[in-house]
Ligand binder design. Structure first.
Ligand code: HEC
Ligand code: HEC
Length: 198
């Protein structure tokens, strides 16, 4: 029994040690990805680009963190995808590395998140209904425990672009409104998703 507890503690520490910091992006690659993925059709950066969506002006201030980008995208995803459908633009599958590059392009440099609090992350995970689907093996949603140690804010961006459509339709089917997450909540959630758990 004691031994199991010790092993569990070791696994927990190992997961924390594995917890990913946000991968560093490259501004020039980010500018390229922004063009390739057609973000500029709707968004302008520095006055250049489309006008149908909010300008994504360069954000040099330190409050603009990877979690802030993940939060903004998460919060606007439903409306953004409607606009994409309307414009006949297929939703690109952003990778984690591309999200890091786009962040570096918009922020002017790579920047790190403050580490979140896993306990608060668990509360947010429940309050925002993540648990409702992801902790219910019969819901059709994948369990997220296997992601422990691999989640960054940019991973959350990529997951949103890759799986958000499926999540959105499941939420509509369950009569749940799409949930918003502010940057702090996003950082706590990332910390929780990185802890090893049964
Ligand atoms: C078809 C048009 C369109 C395309 C293409 C598009 N977006 Fe958007 N985007 C929008 C709209 C519209 C909103 C605002 C949605 C709302 O009002 O909630 C938005 C919102 C956002 C936001 C949140 C803005 C804020 O004010 O915080 C971010 C960040 C963003 N988009 C990034 C991107 C990136 C990166 C790409 C390319 C991978 C992209 N968008 C492609 C239409 C688009
Ligand atoms: C109504 C059910 C539902 C809710 C609520 C929900 N999800 Fe999901 N989620 C899904 C489904 C279904 C998928 C797989 C979608 C697909 O691949 O098309 C998914 C996919 C994901 C993925 C990608 C998994 C991977 O392997 O990379 C992540 C991360 C995720 N969700 C996080 C969250 C978080 C965080 C919340 C709460 C803020 C949340 N989900 C709320 C149903 C839900």
């Amino acid at each position: 029994m004691k031994r199991t507890t010790v092993l569990a503690a070791v696994a927990y520490v190992a997961a924390l040690a594995l917890a990913r910091q946000d991968p560093a992006g490259d501004p020039a690659r980010g500018a390229q990805a922004f063009r390739d993925l057609k973000c500029g059709t709707c968004h302008s950066v520095g006055g250049e680009g489309g006008r149908s969506a909010p300008a994504l002006d360069r954000r040099a201030d330190s409050s603009y963190t990877p979690a802030a980008l993940a939060s903004a995208m998460w919060n606007h995803a439903a409306a953004m995808w409607l606009a994409m459908d309307g414009a006949g633009i297929r939703r690109p599958e952003l990778t984690e590395a591309q999200a890091a590059d786009i962040f570096a392009f918009l922020a002017g440099a790579a920047r790190l998140d403050k580490r979140g609090d896993a306990r608060r992350g668990r509360q947010i995970y429940e309050a925002k209904y993540c648990a409702l689907c992801h902790d219910d093996p019969y819901s059709g949603a994948p369990g997220l425990a296997s992601l422990a140690g691999r989640v960054s804010s940019f991973y959350m961006v990529a997951a949103l672009w890759q799986h958000g459509g499926g999540m959105l339709s499941r939420m509509a089917a369950k009569n749940r409104a799409w949930q918003s997450l502010d940057p702090e909540e996003m950082a706590h959630l990332v910390a929780y998703l990185n802890t090893s758990r049964p």
